[in-house]
Design a protein around this ligand. Sequence first.
Ligand code: G1P
Ligand code: ZN
Length: 543
Amino acid sequence: MEIRTVATVPWDDQRPGTSGLRKKTRVFAGRPHYVENFVQSVLDVVGEVAGATFVLGGDGRHFADEALRRTLAVLVGNRAGRVIVGERGLFSTPAVSCVIRRRGARGGFVLTASHNPGGPDGDFGIKYNVGNGGPAPESLTRRIHARTREIRRYFLAELPPDLDLARRGTRRVGETVVEVVDPVADYAEMLEGLFDFAAIRRLLEGGFRMAFDALHGVTGPYARHVLEARLGAPPGTVRRGDPRPDFGGLHPDPNPTRCRELVREVVEEGRLDFAAACDGDGDRAMILGRGIFVSPCDGIAVLADRADLAPGYRGRIRGVARSMPTSRALDRVAAARGWDLYETPTGWKFFGSLLDAGRIQICGEESFGIGSDHLREKDGLWAVLFWLQILAAGGGDVAGVLRAHWRRYGRDWFTRHDYEGVDPAAATALVEELRGRLSGLPGTVWGGVRLVRAEDFAYRDPVTGEEAVHQGLRFLFADDSRITLRLSGTGTEGATLRVYLERHGREDLDRPPATALAAVAARARALVEPRRRFGRDAPDVVT
Ligand code: G1P
Ligand code: ZN
């Protein structure tokens, strides 16, 4: 086995964002050494690679096959001891986290751009997860970025041309054992330890009607195995279950805008009891019930509140966390139950230290991500099983569960407005101008309501002491409504401004968010001035 030292020049744009390095596929595919530079930079920073175990796989999107081999060639070139590869290169993000933990791996590479579209004109990404199974923390990604700017060489092995990554089996390549595994097995076994499968099976076999839409992402094989094979859901429950490199031309993004048909079928026409959809790499889930859409913010609160129904969580919750723009529905549950509540910046990486330290057991983000201390990633299929567990105890009625929650805690109406692909300079100017005006805003009146607090969210990790500043601007009003603004860190074109709106109330609980939040949205427009700044009259996506 020959290992070559290949001379390279740095790329200046390999800064990992909210969730790994994410770019247009053509950037990864077209630029020489782009993949190798990044992978080698990670390994240089992580250190002591020789002999260590790594996990490798992704959502199977366009270019993944090639990136898989090139990543593996660098891992072997650095004399990794073992690389555990998902069969056909497939591994969901939560499964990578699971396998890193179960196999005591040093880390893992996830080849995905999550919910972003794939294909030659779509997006690609590489994310590095560390030994606890979670995304590399900020301190590490900063060093990785610095390394990408100075890298001059990488170590490359020539993989045997007949090395078949589409079939299970173990083979030695140079000093590395390459182990191609079933990507589902470990993960499915883990789920079985957390939930009462017998109770869920009774629900699914008792006339309960559900659908799971994998959107041609990676969760198809997982959902078929867990829902259909193990839990007895009828064949065909899993839709679009074959992973495709271009996701069938879809956006593998589980939200009501992208999943119009499923929403019509379940929410508007009430033809199923329950439906869920997951994103490309399987860490997000959208939950629908007959006649009702579950806002992810509410979903987090309901799951935490009913955690005792799942054997893996019974009596175990001591703390919970949510990202800063996520609604305060979870806070009300935490207060009622005497749990600690942490508010973190956007991005799963900020939950890792709290989970590791046992300070929190359940956490989530408004962006359709919920998870727990079972892993260090959010987990779409896990959230689906958690809901099924709750429904198994409560007669299968999502709307009933949600309304009972609102009656007890009041409702936190929530919505997010995204202005996509806006001029980055205009977006930065908006944030900077508002930041400059923050101290003058309290006391000003917006549409008849006084603004009482304005702040530039900063976070100090209570476990590691790491600081993260400028994580978003937020505005609190006298009617207890909240507006949060931040720029996306996962986009690949222009800038995306996210505007998060929320308000708590105890009356008229069935009002849709658009109605309940109309006045808050008007205040947000006055703050953002989308027409003047971006030439836009309305957001591109409303979730
Ligand atoms: C988005 C979501 C964030 C999530 C991330 C990765 O990041 O808002 O909650 O953690 O994707 O899935 P953003 O584009 O807002 O930086
Ligand atoms: Zn994802």
